[in-house]
Design a protein around this ligand. Structure first.
Ligand code: NAD
Length: 362
């Protein structure tokens, strides 16, 4: 049987505990993984001065696939987000966030199966910013006045929103290819092209053009504010959503909320030939080292990883086992119990044990 090289970034906070639970569940599928275990984050920063040492990135480049546990980003000091750096350095341009209802999870709906595809590299998140009061900002304001006749107040800060044909095309193609490969029937492009004609308008124009190459998949578009309302009222109408970076960030959290929140929201950051899978949630520092955190989102990210490397049968088996344990509501962490203070809640590693036992029985 073929083996796969996969980097495991153990993260910090609750990271190491849920990474271990995830590794055990994936190994129990029977797929042979050569794990390349690496550390990144706060502790590594304190030891080496760099939270993402070059050999970590090199290892991911080599294995081409990674599972990453959450990493803390200190607010206002310390280091830039390791997550953002990884996306940039490895050009992981697509953020994939499936949002699916699992019976047993407390949520507003029980029949949702949506996939959010977010562009990860441009838009207002490109990091091109001009600080209020600086010379460069005043020069930009003057240039804009000269070019457009529009006057921006001199005491403004400015963030730039680039949207390109090439990057819009690759994300929309990613969404259509994903739809095709995963038996999905519709892609909805989300935008605000009525207001931002030259950025979101370009995204929409490119999406319409790409859609012509996929006549087997239905295509439609929605303005982002209307999309948010529709998702809250009738999310069942949607299948695969493709969005520029900012709307993608917001709408993917909205969709995670629809299916019961961060505890069950997996994700993947995917590039041309590399992919890093991670939970949507962060490092939940208050639960670090307590064996209390819910490992489901990272294990579900492992399911995505298995599908990505072509191990679909193992992925389906693992997902069925997770789904069964959640449905039974017995061997689950506190946050998946009806009452968060339920004393019968189990720990992170015990929930992984239950998933493994269930997998062995099916
Ligand atoms: P968070 O997701 O860590 O926590 C939000 C809330 O959900 C908290 O109440 C937390 O205790 C709870 N929670 C999160 N995951 C849980 C789990 N698996 N089981 C049980 N409860 C869980 O978000 P935050 O508090 O805003 O961020 C904490 C740190 O994580 C910050 O430094 C942030 O920058 C970082 N972060 C990292 C990533 C990543 O590595 N991709 C993503 C988001 C946030």
């Amino acid at each position: 049987m073929a083996s796969h090289d996969v980097t495991l970034l153990t993260g910090d906070g609750i990271g190491p505990e849920i990474a271990e639970a995830t590794r055990r569940c994936i190994d129990a599928t029977g797929v042979t993984i050569n794990w390349h275990v690496k550390e990144a984050g706060l502790k590594v920063f304190e030891e080496t001065g760099d939270p993402l040492p070059p050999d970590v990135v090199d290892t991911i480049r080599k294995t081409k696939v990674a599972i990453k546990a959450p990493i803390t980003t200190p607010v206002g000091k310390g280091f830039r987000s390791v997550n953002v750096r990884l996306r940039k350095e490895l050009d992981l341009y697509a953020c994939l966030r499936p949002c699916k209802s699992y019976a047993g999870v407390n949520s507003k709906f029980d029949d949702i199966d949506l996939v959010v595809v977010r562009e990860n590299t441009e838009d207002l998140y490109a990091g091109i910013e001009f600080k209020e009061g600086e010379g460069a900002t005043h020069r930009l304001i003057d240039t804009i006045a000269e070019l457009t006749g529009d006057s921006i107040p001199q005491d403004s800060g400015i963030s730039i929103k680039p949207i390109s044909i090439q990057r819009s095309e690759r994300i929309v193609r990613f969404a259509f290819d994903y739809a095709r490969e995963n038996g999905r029937t519709k892609v909805t492009a989300v935008h605000k092209a009525n207001i931002m004609k030259y950025s979101d308008g370009l995204f929409l124009e490119v999406a319409r053009m790409v859609a012509k190459d996929y006549p087997d998949i239905e295509f439609e578009d929605r303005i982002v504010d209307n999309m948010c309302m529709q998702l809250v009222q009738k999310p069942q109408l949607y299948d695969v959503l493709v969005l520029p970076n900012l709307y993608g960030d917001i709408v993917s959290d909205l969709c995670a909320g629809l299916v019961g929140g961060l505890g069950v929201a997996p994700g993947g950051n995917i590039g041309r030939d590399m992919a890093v899978f991670e939970a949507t949630h962060g490092s939940a520092p208050k639960y670090a080292g307590t064996n209390k955190a819910n490992p489901t989102a990272l294990i579900l990210s492992g399911v995505l990883m298995l599908r990505h490397i072509g191990e679909r049968e193992a992925a389906d088996k693992l997902e069925r086992a997770i789904s069964s344990v959640i449905r039974e509501k017995r061997d689950v962490t506190f946050d998946l119990k009806e009452d968060r203070n339920d004393p019968t809640a189990v720990g992170t590693s015990e929930m992984a044990d239950a998933i493994i036992r269930t997998m062995e029985a099916i």
